[in-house]
Design a protein around this ligand. Structure first.
Ligand code: ADP
Ligand code: ADP
Length: 232
């Protein structure tokens, strides 16, 4: 099954002389239970692709589909709901709320949506991310790796169809990066999560099943790990 797809996705910023074609006809399927990396030079359109697929930005042409819904056909209210229920985000800067504990941060998306966590799923995510003993701590009392792991748990807590991670290890040392990447990998292998990660780091990309290379707003190359083909 396909968790999300881009169909001839095009995004143009500005007009005339100032026109920038950030995406130039990108077509790709992101498969359920697959961990995909998006790589490419700065300015190649990686963030724009993620933002269009995550309903944070509107394409100029083409179609983004998430969980079977074509985003262009949804009303604002439906888009808000889809973002809350079907999409998880992990950012380079963690973006935890400083006054809340790790547990409160992890549960925040559900609280905002007025939903209760599925206790079994919450336990699985917290254990997989190795945050059980740190749940009562505020972000300042956590290491960078622990903060990012809490942010990963927050992204997964609503059991989204797809998680978008924008350079999740960009602010971490190699030990913390390995913790976060190991968690993302296990969440794919053991919890069946679908993840798309923008990264500049070949080590981070080595944890994934598939790497898409962008240049000038197009997918110019794609690699798949042969030993992980069997999961599809
Ligand atoms: P990447 O994530 O690969 O660095 P981006 O998707 O951020 O690339 O940007 C692709 C291109 O679109 C770049 O040339 C960038 O300058 C341009 N761009 C991105 N966002 C905007 C914006 N809001 N307004 C104008 N140009 C933008
Ligand atoms: P564990 O499963 O023992 O907790 P880790 O958290 O280190 O191990 O890693 C989780 C998963 O990430 C591993 O099962 C493995 O598939 C993958 N993995 C670990 N290290 C790497 C690496 N350097 N490159 C690619 N994949 C890795």
């Amino acid at each position: 099954p396909v968790a999300a797809s881009a169909r001839d996705l095009t995004k143009v910023y500005g007009t005339g002389e100032a026109e920038v074609r950030a995406l130039d006809g990108v077509t790709v399927d992101l498969f359920t239970g697959e961990f995909t990396a998006v790589m490419g030079p700065s300015g190649s359109g990686k963030s724009t692709l993620m933002h269009c697929l995550a309903a944070l930005d509107t394409p100029t042409a083409g179609e983004a589909v998430v969980g079977g819904s074509s985003l262009g056909t949804l009303k604002d209210k439906q888009l808000t709901r889809l973002r809350r229920e079907q999409i998880g985000f992990v950012f380079q800067a963690f973006n935890l709320v400083p006054t809340l504990t790790a547990q409160e941060n992890i549960l925040l998306p559900l609280d905002l949506a007025g939903r209760k966590p599925d206790p079994a799923w919450f336990d699985q995510v917290v254990d997989a991310v190795g945050m059980r003993s740190r749940l009562g701590h505020k972000p300042t009392e956590l290491s960078g790796g622990q903060q990012q792991r809490a942010a990963c748990a927050r992204a997964l807590v609503s059991r989204p169809a797809i998680v978008f991670a924008d350079e999740p290890t960009g602010n971490l040392d190699s030990t913390s990066s390995a913790e976060v990447l190991g968690f993302l990998r296990r969440s794919v292998d053991e919890l069946g999560q679908t993840i798309v990660m923008v990264t500049h780091d070949p080590v981070a990309a080595s944890y994934t099943d598939r790497v898409l290379f962008l240049a000038d707003g197009r997918i110019v190359e794609e690699m798949r790990r042969p030993d992980r083909d069997s999961i599809l």
